[in-house]
Design a protein around this ligand. Structure first.
Ligand SMILES: NC(=O)c1ccc[n+]([C@@H]2O[C@H](COP(=O)([O-])OP(=O)(O)OC[C@H]3O[C@@H](n4cnc5c(N)ncnc54)[C@H](O)[C@@H]3O)[C@@H](O)[C@H]2O)c1
Length: 267
């Protein structure tokens, strides 16, 4: 590797990705494998998890998948334990699993609020807890949490999602302060609109297919609101994960990377 680029090298690093069956999670897993990491994929959706495993590539013994519900502590701990038994440790934990729900605050069902908080906030909390314990013993590690632009912008009908992601940002900062002295870094990524995944939910027809015309109108709105005049792709988020996973980000902790085309610029 060229001098100056060795800090980006992930060869042999052990990485756990939760929510790895999503478009974004699968892209993250693929990029990590291509960068030489050993990757363990977790998700509750077994069929899509198998596809993500297949698509991740890699050599024998480099990539594994395990059904994991991030709302269950025992399953999250088992995922981290599997990384330790399979790879000898855990260098990186990427907490990507998430769900979204659209409703006005005054119309939100308690069950929907509970579900979103359970996956997006408690799930990330449990992932952080299990990984941070192991990483603190090792004296090194990088935890990457998936937040969202919704944690920073006031988006009507996204209250459950927004408060869960704001909680992820707060957790990221507090944990970064707690485990930094043990050599563990904790950062978050807050994407704006990213193609695929949950973005198509508002433009689905009753048969589940996507109304491309409506989706294009949503994209046009997003492009108009950001200086780069573009929408994000899963690989944009995967690239941010590669950076935060590697030693190239060794001086960063407690930070949020705003991958949003410039639509929100924190002061
Ligand atoms: N797509 C976007 O524009 C966007 C923007 C900002 C943030 N995000 C965040 O990125 C992440 C991935 O989103 P996506 O758009 O690819 O959505 P997605 O719906 O395709 O992916 C979410 C994944 O989480 C998994 N999951 C749900 N509940 C789970 C549970 N209890 N245990 C384990 N896995 C569970 C799902 O099976 C799915 O694979 C989410 O955290 C989302 O909030 C997405």
């Amino acid at each position: 590797m060229n001098e100056g680029f060795e800090d980006f090298d992930l060869t042999g690093r052990s990485v756990v990705v939760s929510g790895a069956a999503s478009d974004m999670g699968a892209a993250i897993a693929r990029s990590l494998v291509a960068a030489g990491a050993k990757v363990l994929l977790g998700d509750v959706d077994e069929a899509r998890l198998a596809q993500a495993l297949e698509g991740a590539g890699g050599a024998a013994g480099q990539v594994f998948a395990m059904r994991t519900d991030v709302t269950r502590r025992a399953e999250v701990e088992a995922l981290v334990d599997r990384s330790v038994s399979e790879f000898g440790g855990i260098d990186v934990m990427a907490n990507i699993a998430g769900v979204i729900h659209d409703s006005l605050v005054v119309e939100t069902d308690e069950a929907d609020l509970d579900r979103v908080l359970a996956v997006n906030l408690k799930g990330v909390y449990l992932g952080c807890q299990a990984a941070a314990r192991r990483m603190s013993e090792q004296g090194r590690g990088s935890i990457i949490n998936m937040a969202s632009l919704a944690a920073f912008a006031a988006l009507p009908e996204l209250s459950c999602y927004s408060v869960s992601k704001a909680g992820v940002v707060a957790l990221t900062r507090v944990l970064a302060a707690e485990v930094g002295p043990s050599g563990v870094r904790v950062n978050a990524i807050a994407p704006g609109f990213v193609e695929g995944g949950m973005t198509a939910r508002r433009v689905r027809r009753t048969d589940g297919s996507v109304d491309e015309e409506k989706l294009e109108a949503v994209r046009a709105g997003v492009r108009q609101r950001n200086p780069l005049r573009t929408t994000g792709e899963p690989r944009d988020i995967a690239n941010a994960v590669l950076f935060l996973a590697s030693d190239a980000s060794r001086y960063l902790t407690g930070q949020v990377l705003h991958a949003n085309g410039g639509s929100y610029m924190p002061s």
